[in-house]
Unconditional design. Structure first.
Lengths: 350, 350, 350, 350, 350
């Protein structure tokens, strides 16, 4: 459950980490490139990044492990980030959003991962600061989802080395959203598997699985819906930080977001469908059980009454002394049974 | 299920086919016409189409089989199509959309077909590039839904030979949307058949059929709803590629799309109605079964008790020795039965 | 069910009738009037109407029976109607809509009738072409809903003879919408009757009736909702064909439409309420049945066990030989029964 | 049920009363005031009010009993009211609305009253015509909800005597909306009482009461929702009839309306909650009944079988001749019963 | 339940307290500060605050206990507050709202507290008047939620001493909204606890708890949703009372509000999920009970019939005299039982 912050009473802009610490030691990975050259190094001192702001390169400053308040404060101070933004970066329970400032754009995203063992979604927050020639990215831990992007920068082919910080930020968002589709695919598979199970061997644990699926869908919706607004605002923004050349890519990204939302909504409807199917199946089973009980009971209860009659001990019961009385009664009961069976067949219960 | 792409980590604009290959060998069908003349040929070399761009004809370049990355790249290169558009053409898991570029308009549609055997909808993607004097259409396979359109061009009557590429694109979209109505009609028939079955011989397999119907409706909605936006944007666009003469036709198309949406939504409500009817019918049946059981049990259980009494072996049971004891008991039980029956009739259970 | 057209593959603007033919021979009723004079005649030749366009009268040209493609084509040709409009007139499966052209306004309406025998709604399509001094109305058959309007024109009192073609069209729409209220009233009565039945003698056929009611409501919604848009657009239109004097009447019409929509939506909620009530009543009945069964069974099953005991044939069963054993057992069973009854009363089952 | 009008075929603007006549003889109550003086009288002749229009007073002309077509026509004629407005005044089945005319504003409101005996809402329509120095109010009967307002005018303190006709109309609407809160409070009490009953002594009649409550809520919604639009339009209107000084009061009124809507919507959700609670309680009860039946049956059915065995009359049944056979069987059956009880306790059914 | 006011018939602007009196003696806490100095005192005389309006300080005048009409009137008189605003301050049943006046902004908020004993939410109303250099806050009782804010003012570090009355009001709203998250967290914990209980030891009281939870959620929604509008309007307002420097903080506040709404909506969906899970669990239990009953009954009813047969007293029943008849019957019944068990196992009921 995405719990809200508990910082009540603190001054707004206080830099306090809110969330679970997911890595031990924060690290900073730097890639600084222009079409001609590429500098790449790792450090844990924020000061090492300060010079980059004024060099003729695009600098990607990737902070891994966001729990260090001093680190964030130092970077924020040098890059002149508003204290409310720094507070948001330190709070890993944000909803996706975008905020425009004079010198930079602030973005919050959620990166999702499907944990195949527990069949649940894990989510991590990524904050981006898009400046004129730099992008600061704050991740909760050492994740590798951006490795292919780094490889593309290193190879230096493609578009990325020739474009600005806005394209770099776009490329990161693109990776994050592409990742959503992996999660959606995993959920889709899981759902199909549930459906098959439900149609072939319905079983009571499915109910809990459907309930968990519903909660996962809620989580997905909370990550994806606000993202639509974020990407749309970025695309329509008039900030000079977003260049005209990057817009077609942002529109493409918007498209992917819509596609993800579409899929999430479809999954939601399908989950409801699964639940209704489960409940109906349950109703069918109760009905089956009832039918068997009714057939057995309605055939044998009258017969038991009949045999009860001839078990009475009255002195004067003429039938008991008839030669074929016993066999006549057996035959009579046979006829009753056949009549009942015919009745059930007519009612389509057999 | 409409699965999302799985190209995570690739550079945006990478040309990689995503989907199921539905034909072996891609082919290109060309129709180039103006009011006076018509040229028609088939090729598999993209170069054969390059000259058409500069001739005084309307050229319809229809690519069948979209899985060849080289073919799409060659065409894209010559017609100067943005690489993101080419990427989308190669990805058959798009949602319907429209994008404006300086020299052309890019459109994605879904064509639906009702498979009467499996009672499911099959869908195929068609991408259109509308240029000043050409239309590139990318289909997943050799389909024949455009055959009547080709016939109209060949006959050369009607409006089509005298209008531009925008009208050609409109005509293709019109065929595609008309096709939706065939699917809707088939689903409508299927639904009516289910309804009749439900009202006359309710049967448990209907539940699964209703569930499948719901999924088909979800699929339809995903194809039809975004289309509304596409056609509406095309109608309201200020692109010079869309001529004033074509607008009434686009408005008509918009109308058809609304009609299709209306029908899809009505079907959706009707499917829910069917499901509720099914569940209520099931409830009624359980109730029926219960009633029969209750009537049989409440009549015979007391009677069995009575005969049990006179089956006891006490030494001192005066009734057993009465002359007419047996017949008195039989009569008494007859009266109880009649009383019960009267009670049930009063309760309207019989 | 309002089925879509099946004209796939035809050129847009092809004049082909789609629907059920509801009359044999098409006829044209003409009323041409100005404040001073009134000309009224019936013909079956479209040519007879051609002169009216240029006379100083308001001409109401009422075509009854819309299945004749030649008739529609001839009129369309003379009054210079766009071929897409003519196509729509011939297609009786349109949704209500309005379209503006330079010289005329095109309107599609649905007229509803409540068939009291089958308890269903019948619907018919009416298309209007509002020109500067004429109104063409296309009806599916010889209906009499406009008779009071004709009477008002003949009497020549009131406003109608002094106003233009826009007021005539308004008056026709007013009659059509007033008709909706008759249908709504009939449905309301039907619903009230169902409700009473449900509260007093609940019965299983009500379920099907509720289901039919829901479908009727869907049909109503499909006719009424788009109408709101039509009337609202007419009211806000800047077409010179709509005079300022007519606007208050259109606003009034809009009001009536909103009232109709309100009522339809209320009916919808009430139908859902009825269904829930039905299901709950059913649940109550099942519960009742269960209770009777349980009471009978829980009283007699233990008693039957007791009498079974004394029906055993063991050699050594001392109770059997007691003088008052039989009566003691009877008394004991009486006590058990009373205890059970007390238990049920405490549980509020009796 | 709020039935629609049945005036089909009449000319628009025909003055015909639609509704139930709620008073015998219409009467007109006049209050004409300015800061200095107050004139108050009752008449049944419309002519008595004609002079007021030109005097330097604010005139409140309150017509009680709206069924007299002549009275409404006479007033309408003198105050130059559009015939469509007069038609609406005579039709007591309007939805709340506002219409602007050059010289006056026309308003329709619903006044609600909670009938504590039948636990239903009664509604009455009030139409207001706000002119430059007069307000015409049309009520269906002699109601006293405006008595406190009259008292305030008579006392001559407060604001009312110094403000214009717009403030008078506002004051009347304020009274009407305050009245809604009385109704809402009564419904709230009723709902709380139902809830308590449901949680403590659930009983089957609650179902019908919940159903009635739902219908009352529908009625309330139909009265309150359109009112929001009316008050909002009045507040934002640019009519010179609404003075700047009155605006804060209208905004306050708008606020009250929102509050009423909020409460209605909350009541709606709570009613649904009550119904779900009822159904769940019912489910619980069925379950209880089932459990008792099952426990009794599963304990005694096997025992009855056992005693049946030893009631058989085979010649060779060794157990029957054992000395302690009878007591052994009794003990055996005691053990079975204890085993069953232990099983039920483990299953948490006891 | 948030009951509406019952002041029907009073003149608008009448100062009458509506609500529950939550404190005995009203008190006024004053903090007057500028960057250099801080004056802090408590009084119960409104006159003591009058001078502050004209001093060069930011004055926070915090009225605790809002039930004193004279106190509110005296303050209102001096600070020239509109009488409708004073009426709203005295009415503790407002919905959150904002109103702009020439010299001040009027705000109503709800402060929520989670009562951990009764597991319910308590709510209190706070009204703010934001003037050029003062903030009047009206609380229902002596609450301590603003203590950390007072501490921050006293310490004089941070931003607050250097900013204006708008920032003070913002800081108060920030505290109030942060408080919502505490409530949300408590509800989240409660919900998780319920869920665990439901999955492990489902029990019938959970139903009432879910019902209470739903009502709490309704209450939360009524407090949080209108707040969004309030904060958004404050952020977008063009009032000179809101300085540019404060805007980023208001935007941050808006963000928190959205986050709270998101969480409330998620909780709502989760509560529905819980209820469905409960109902399904109940269905499962009924099914279990039915199965046990059916298995017992279907095994023993036929057997009881068989033993009944051989309990009959016919003279001529050859089986009774067979040497091994008794044992043959026992064996036969054993076979029937095994057959039944095999049948149940095949049906997956065991």
């Amino acid at each position: 459950m995405n719990r809200p912050r508990s910082k009540t009473g603190l001054s707004p802009g206080s830099l306090i980490f809110v969330g679970h610490r997911k890595t031990d030691q924060p690290a900073i990975d730097i890639m600084a490139y222009n079409p001609g050259e590429l500098k790449e190094f790792r450090t844990d001192k924020p000061e090492d990044t300060f010079a980059l702001k004024d060099e003729a390169v695009i600098a990607w400053i990737d902070i891994k492990g966001v729990h260090s308040e001093e680190l964030v404060a130092a970077l924020g101070n040098h890059f002149q980030i508003h204290s409310l933004v720094l507070e948001d970066i330190l709070n890993t329970r944000q909803r996706p959003k975008i905020e425009y400032y004079d010198d930079y754009i602030f973005l919050v995203l959620k990166v999702l991962n499907w944990n195949d063992k527990s069949k649940t979604i894990e989510n991590e927050q990524i904050s981006l600061i898009i400046g004129p020639n730099y992008v600061l990215s704050f991740q909760e831990r050492e994740a590798d989802i951006f490795d292919p992007l780094r490889a593309r920068i290193r190879k230096g082919k493609g578009r990325i080395r020739t474009m600005g910080s806005d394209y770099l930020a776009y490329a990161m968002m693109d990776v994050a959203i592409d990742n959503y589709f992996l999660v959606l695919e995993a959920i889709g598979d899981h759902m199909e598997m549930l459906e098959e199970k439900l149609l072939i061997h319905p079983d009571r644990n499915i109910l809990k699985e459907i309930y968990v699926l519903k909660r996962e869908n809620l989580l997905l919706r909370k990550a994806v819906w606000p993202l639509r607004e974020v990407v749309s605002q970025l695309d329509r923004s008039e900030s000079p930080l977003i260049k005209k050349k990057t817009r077609p890519f942002l529109r493409d990204l918007y498209d992917h977001t819509l596609h993800a939302i579409d899929t999430v909504e479809t999954y939601r409807d399908m989950t409801s469908g699964l639940q209704e199917l489960y409940l109906s199946t349950l109703g069918n089973k109760t009905n089956d059980v009832m039918k068997v009980l009714t057939i057995i009971a309605t055939i044998f209860i009258p017969l038991t009454f009949v045999v009860g009659i001839y078990g009475m001990n009255f002195d004067n019961m003429p039938e008991l002394h008839w030669q074929w009385g016993y066999f006549a009664v057996l035959g009579f009961m046979g006829l009753i049974s056949l009549g009942m069976l015919w009745f059930f067949r007519r009612k389509k219960w057999l």
